[in-house]
Design a protein around this ligand. Structure first.
Ligand code: NAD
Length: 152
């Protein structure tokens, strides 16, 4: 990974925490980090802060990863605008904590939609783009990075 310098990367949940750190690394390596987050203000603030650090830049895009059509649309838009997608970091995740007996079906559906289906949607959309683009050796090229959790 030392030599990995993505020109274009999408980081879901890139406004805060681990996603912010991943996006900062993309920008530090000279790339464009697309911060795809449901927290619009947080994503805009982080994008401005990372761009100020450079040498790459970051932009904010609204995304709820539970909306698979929106994930697909964003991946296609970024690939069309920039001609490629080198990194898809499926990082957005949520954690409910508390007494198990208090978790409702809504809690479970939300956790599965974000933490599982969100990763599936991002992987499927990015793979389709990456399989069509070539590395210097002429092979399909791109990195899909899924942030996991022991909580899973
Ligand atoms: N922090 C830890 O100790 C830890 C440990 C293990 C795994 N993880 C995993 O790392 C990932 C990031 O965790 P973090 O600690 O940085 O969390 P965080 O809460 O600091 O950041 C999560 C980001 O994801 C965004 N987000 C949440 N739901 C979203 C959705 N539906 N669509 C788009 N964006 C959404 C939030 O707005 C936020 O910017 C998660 O997948 C989490 O499960 C974290």
């Amino acid at each position: 990974m030392e030599h990995f310098a993505p020109r274009v990367g999408i980081v879901t949940g890139g406004a805060h925490g681990i996603g912010r750190a991943l996006a900062a690394e993309v920008v530090a390596r000279g790339g464009l980090a697309v911060l795809a987050d449901r927290d619009d203000e947080g994503a805009r603030t982080t994008a401005a802060e990372l761009t100020a650090l450079g040498p790459g830049r970051a932009v904010a895009e609204h995304l709820d990863v539970a909306d698979s059509a929106a994930v697909q649309a964003l991946v296609e838009k970024v690939a069309a605008e920039h001609g490629r997608l080198d990194l898809m970091a499926n990082n957005a995740g949520i954690l409910f904590s508390g007494p198990l007996e208090e978790f409702t079906d809504h809690h479970w559906s939300t956790a599965i939609d974000v933490n599982l289906r969100g990763v599936v949607a991002g992987t499927r959309a990015a793979y389709a783009v990456m399989a069509q683009q070539e590395s210097r050796r002429g092979r399909p090229a791109g990195v899909i990075l899924n942030t996991g959790s022991l909580a899973g």
